[in-house]
Design a protein around this ligand. Sequence first.
Ligand code: GLA
Length: 406
Amino acid sequence: MKGFMIAAFVFQSIVPCVAIPSSFSNPIAIGLLNITKMKKLPLLLSLLLFIAVFENCSDKKISKTITTDTNNGGLKDHFKDYFTIGVAVSPQALKTDEAGLILKEFNSMTPENAMKMGPIHPRENEYNWAGGDSIAAFAKRNNLKLRGHCLCWHNQTPRWLFADSATGKQVTKEVLLQRLKDHITTVVSRYKGTIYAWDVVNEAISDKKDEYMRPSLWYQICGEEFIAKAFQWAHEADPDAILFYNDYNEIDPVKREKIIRMIRDLKTRGIPISGVGLQGHWAINEPSKEQLEKTLEDFSSLGLNMQITELDISVYPKEHNARERRAADADTVFTPEKEQKQMEVYKTCFGLFKKYRENISSVTFWNISDRHSWLDNFPVRGRKDYPLLFDAQLNPKKVYWEILKK
Ligand code: GLA
């Protein structure tokens, strides 16, 4: 709105005859009415365009749709008797028109990157709270639940973490565990009372059939111990937070068995783990109904809280590894066929999520709309994907209405 007000003032200073009402109720209309009488049209249009672009880039931009009626039939209302509906966000997105969509459709958020170890703890004695704090403040202000993501992961770690600052050599187990404890204690304490659930350890299990744990630096330096310790320290810092182990591709029975084995082991030892996060990065060709049902069934039988933490359904067949671009990747049109296939998978997912509602407490989408998704650059850089329920203009796609029928 501020941009349009400035635009209206520009009109006024160039064309003194334009009367600007004090309410600024529709400065565009006022401007257009008068512009038709003018010869300075190109100059004015350029000015307006500049102002609109400037406004759009400004950090201080407030959502234009933030006053949307937020109690009127969004996803969060439709599924209120089943689970919370969450969305992964960046601090920047909360300053755009996407903020209005979040308030209308969602009642939970997860920081996409802002609370990962690299961004939030870039140097040993330096924390960068700006992004995390602004997301937490938005959640508080608007009464949204907030999931924390994530305290210990092998990706997006800061450079200093695994190296001795004096020698540059790999740190010992004692030093690394102490660093992990300091990190978890500091971050969890800061958001105590605001973040109700943490992804404590992310992706520690190996994807290889004959390997139990991923051979990350965490594992190489500490063995399995870092996992239990991470849960204990998170619990000590905030005994009220619910604590999740989070991973992907649990529809693979071999990987699922390993995850179940690890969680059972932690439970048996009295480690404070509350639940399992299923990321849910799926695609038009998987999971099948049978695969997903078996997965939800197996985890439910653990009696653990389950959350779907990173849901998106790619419109391309699933690929697990990044790869080079091929000629066929140039075809990125969102065809009715792709749309139909995506719709079927989403319908299957939500049908089963509802069926297992006793164990599933939250479903979070990974990103807000097709305007931006990490899948635009994975597995192929620069291949546009359309994995979410809202298009790039933030309009609900057909699949949205199908899910609401479920
Ligand atoms: C994993 C991580 C997320 C995110 C996605 C891809 O699933 O848990 O934080 O990085 O990959 O964007």
